[in-house]
Design a protein around this ligand. Structure first.
Ligand SMILES: [Zn+2]
Ligand SMILES: [Zn+2]
Length: 498
């Protein structure tokens, strides 16, 4: 294990490595650990013959990622060793962060990930053959246990307890030590709609305090108070076609054709023309009293609080409450409003003023890897070019907040596709350290970012290298290349301010 200079190493602040355990085990196919031949065997058991039961994946590829209509007909289920139809950037439902992939990313400079346990009760209910528990926190528990098992299994193959490269960290000091030794610091996080809820039980300040303590004991250090729907703590961003305004009529500009009444919320037009998405509406629901209890309790324990997916009103309340204590917050898979396509500007994105507030308190903004709302020619949409543009805007607005990226692998965001024009020449020098990186291989497949985009987590170093080709200077890349340490600095600040 080679030590790195000056705490170098990049961070992925939004990775759903164990999402194969979410949604009744039938949506994300493939396990993140164990022999590749077993972990990524055929997806037929989960997705049916020719992947025809993978409704979310097949429809999602067409609707969200612009794949041709043929994707609706399913896919070849062959996994290892040929990986005929999957392990590709425009895929949503096959494991993209197996340990062999992650290990290559570590060789190329990845030093910290936030592993978010993920679930969605609605997707669970709609998934044919869903097995196991269906409520958010029960599924979170499965994924947290799986992360600990994975750590133990890698330890066992690396000479014993504490010897492996996959280290779940509970303090900033532990994280610094892991980063300095060239290994991967894994911060456990949670992203669900009903954080800390017990089905059928009305949450109280006492139950919230107990849950924060319980999950702190379980090793969780980073949480998202809100996800896709309004919950006991606050409002969700009005930002997806699954969001439905209770304040507007059917087939209005606010509820256009194609939007669905899945997550209902009250909305109102913004005071300014900041937002344009669907009549510029936003969700006025802010942080509730119980949400205030949650934020105070999270601060008392030194949790990293993630403000993504919140309504602008809730985010403002959280920034007020944390800001009063000089306590930093994080946006782990952010999009930026100013540089987005005007018609898509919604409260899911951060305004320049919000980014500046996050910077002022010592927080971090990590950009979503696939920047699909970012303005730019259609050919560059969601590639390293649009990431580079958004990242440049972040450096201009709040350089102190710039910190890595959130891949959202296994989280239905898709990954960057191939860049038009020049790309990485193999072998390329690792963005961090001294390794020379040949093309990634898994089974009998070889991956080249110029042809395949970011097909899995192993290609994160290729993406960072491609950002140089896309025009980012060494000076511009510097904050990204030390973003693992930047996250730890934020964490230390949180521990001091709590
Ligand atoms: Zn499949
Ligand atoms: Zn998310």
């Amino acid at each position: 294990m080679g030590g790195d200079v000056e705490g170098l190493g990049f961070a992925d602040l939004h990775l759903h490595q164990h999402a194969h355990l979410a949604f009744g085990g039938r949506v994300i196919a493939g396990a993140p650990s164990g022999e590749l031949a077993d972990a990524l065997a055929s997806c037929r058991a989960a997705h049916g013959p020719h992947g025809i039961l993978d409704l979310l994946g097949n429809i999602g590829r067409v609707v969200l990622l612009g794949a041709g209509w043929r994707a609706l007909l399913g896919h070849r289920t062959t996994g290892y060793p040929a990986f005929d139809d999957w392990l590709r950037w425009d895929d949503l439902t096959h494991q993209g962060a197996h340990e062999d992939m992650l290990r290559r990313a570590v060789d190329g400079g990845l030093r910290l990930v936030v592993m978010h346990a993920l679930h969605n009760e609605l997707v669970y209910r709609l998934t044919p053959g869903a097995r196991g528990p269906g409520n958010d926190m029960a599924v979170v528990d499965l994924q947290l246990a799986a992360a600990h098992e994975m750590e133990a299994s890698i330890d066992a193959r690396s000479g014993g307890h504490g010897r492996g490269w996959y280290r779940i960290v509970r303090t900033p000091e532990e994280a610094r030590e892991v980063i300095a030794s060239g290994r991967l610091a894994v911060v456990l996080g949670i992203e669900v709609d009903t954080l800390f809820a017990t089905p059928g039980v009305e949450p109280t300040p006492a139950s919230v305090r107990a849950a924060v303590a319980k999950y702190h004991d379980a090793g969780v250090r980073h949480v998202m108070p809100c996800h896709l729907r309004d919950n006991a703590f606050g409002g969700a961003a009005f930002a997806l076609l699954l969001h439905w305004s209770r304040s507007a009529g059917i087939f209005s500009t606010v509820n256009p054709l194609g939007s669905l009444p899945v997550y209902r919320m009250r909305t109102e037009p913004g005071q300014t023309d900041t937002y344009r998405y669907r009549g510029g509406h936003r969700n006025p629901r802010g942080l509730t009293d119980l949400g205030g209890v949650l934020v105070d309790e999270l601060m008392a324990h030194g949790f990293l609080i993630d403000v993504d997916h919140m309504s602008a009103a809730t985010r403002a309340d959280v920034l007020d409450r944390t800001g009063a204590r000089h306590y930093p917050v994080v946006a782990g898979h952010a999009e930026l409003l100013t540089t987005s396509r005007p018609e898509l500007r919604s409260e899911r994105q951060l305004t320049d003023a919000e980014v500046a507030r996050i910077e002022a308190a010592g927080g971090v903004v990590a950009l979503l890897l696939r920047q699909s709302v970012q303005a730019g020619p259609a050919t560059s949409r969601g590639t390293s070019d649009t990431f580079a543009e958004a990242y440049r805007h972040l450096l201009r607005t709040a350089p102190g907040a710039a910190g890595g990226f959130g891949s959202d692998l296994n989280g239905f965001a898709g990954s960057p596709g191939a860049r038009a024009g020049a790309s990485v020449q193999y072998p390329f020098p690792s963005p961090v350290g001294t390794a020379s990186m040949p093309r990634a291989t898994l089974g009998t497949r070889t991956f080249d970012i110029a042809d395949h985009g970011v097909a899995h987590a192993g290609m994160l170093p290729d993406f960072v290298a491609e950002l140089r080709v896309a025009g980012l200077s060494e000076h511009e890349l510097a904050p990204l290349l030390r973003s693992a340490t930047r996250y730890v600095e934020m964490w230390e600040r949180a521990m001091t301010a709590r």
